[in-house]
Each structure stands twice: as C-alpha cells, then as structure tokens.
Ligand binder design. Sequence first.
Ligand code: HQG
Length: 182
Amino acid sequence: MPDKVQLSKMLSLWLRHKPEAAGLTLDPQGWTDVDDVLRAIAGAGVACDWQNLLRVVEESDKQRFELSGDAARIRARQGHSVAVELDWPQVPPPEFLYHGTVERFLPAILIEGLRPMRRHHVHLSPDLETATRVGQRRGTPVILTVSASSLAETGQPFFLTSNQVWLTERVPPAFIQRQGQG
Ligand code: HQG
C-alpha cells in the first residue's frame, strides 16, 4: 500500500488546486476520470492500484474525496481554488457554527470578517471539536462562534457538503464572537 497521507496530499493538490500539474482536466463540477488519476499517480512514480485509491477515498479522515455512483469519476468534495461549481444544497444553518483559527489571524478577522482566502468559501464546522481540529493545523486553536442563522436571515446562502462542512461566502465581524469571551 502506498503512503496514504502522501497519496491524499497528491489528490488534494490535483483535484482542488493544480489539475494541470498532473495533466488532468476537471469538469465544471470538479469531476475527473479515475483512470486518468491512476495514470497520473503512476506518472508521479507512486505504485497505486484501484483498490489502493479506493481505500484512500474511503479512509480519508475528513472524507475529502468522492467517487461517482459508477466509481468511474472522482472529485474533491470542497476546498478548491480552481473554478468549480459544486452543487451542494443550500440549507438553512443552525443558530451557531464554529471556525477554528489561530491568534495571529484575529486582528484581521475582527476587522474584515472571515474571508475565503484562497478557497471559494469560508469553511465552518458544526461542532467545537471539529473546529478545534481545523485550528490546530496552524498552532494553538482559537475558536470563533458564528451566528449562522442570523447571517442566513440577511439573505446570505449557506451550503452543506455531504461530509458536514458548512460553506458560505463570508462572515462579517458582527456575526463573529470569540469562544469563551462574552
Ligand atoms: C483565516 C481543511 C486573515 C482562517 C480543514 C484560516 C478545514 C483569515 C485561514 C478546511 C481571514 C484560511 C478549511 C481574514 C479567514 N484575515 N485570516 N480576514 N479570514 N482567515 O485552510 O478554515 O484538510 O483556507 O481563519 O480541516 O483553516 O483541506 O481554511 O485560518 O476543513 O480537507 O485564513 O480545510 O480541510 O485557511 O480550513 P484555509 P480553514 P482539508
């Protein structure tokens, strides 16, 4: 079995950011042929068969990737920087959602709000535990509580992916509160 983390990172890079680096083309919804991906992986010198790829897709801790019903195509569920139109349903969010970040981003976030940065959307988590994990990628996590239902009431759409990540265009500072601070 090839290194699963290495493979997952390769797939993230190609399916979200740089398909051209592997000679792949994504369709408007982000899908590409599994056979082409397997060829690209082989081209990168990694031994990986269809079963191995399936395992990475199934065991990815956050269910980052998705196979089509006939298992002929694959895509990243979210997190793209290339132009794709993901067809996640617009869903009314719960009262609160959470965002894990780190102290050094707070001054900017409290002035300009949460912005998608290099992704298409701001990613929000349904629970504190997930938000903590997201923040931890960058250091000591700081959790922000987002008044999601109030923001949705202003007419801003929220989308829910099949792996329970909430996506929205931006979160103005008025809808953000630092967890643990009244
Ligand atoms: C911060 C991973 C300055 C924001 C995770 C974050 C998640 C600002 C960083 C998913 C800002 C962007 C998403 C502003 C936001 N000024 N900094 N105005 N607005 N930021 O990686 O939410 O492994 O694009 O707080 O687990 O950290 O990719 O977003 O720290 O689920 O599947 O700018 O990515 O999943 O970073 O993570 P990211 P994120 P994957």
